[in-house]
Design a protein around this ligand. Structure first.
Ligand SMILES: [Zn+2]
Ligand SMILES: [Zn+2]
Length: 81
């Protein structure tokens, strides 16, 4: 048998990846700040909501702070179910 050549998976190389697969159960569901807990809160601004924060990190963001995804000023942090 031929040994499998050294094809190594190119892991996420540290750069901020865009998670927009829409699969629903990948890493894209994790909080963008701590990348350790599921997203449950969104930043409301300019008529859109960026769902990107877990409960703990939602407490770090409030009205007037920049959205961690797009830097728009946050109008409110809302819980998303
Ligand atoms: Zn978090
Ligand atoms: Zn945003």
């Amino acid at each position: 048998m031929l040994a499998a050549s050294a094809v190594q998976q190119a892991g996420p190389a540290g750069a901020a990846a865009e998670w927009e697969d829409g699969d629903g159960d990948g890493d894209g569901q994790l909080c963008v700040v701590c990348v350790d807990a599921p997203k449950q809160y969104g930043c409301l601004h300019a008529g859109t909501v960026h769902l990107c924060l877990c409960r703990d990190c939602s407490e770090l963001f409030a009205a007037g702070k920049p959205c961690p995804m797009c830097r728009e000023p946050i109008v409110a942090v809302v819980k998303v179910f």
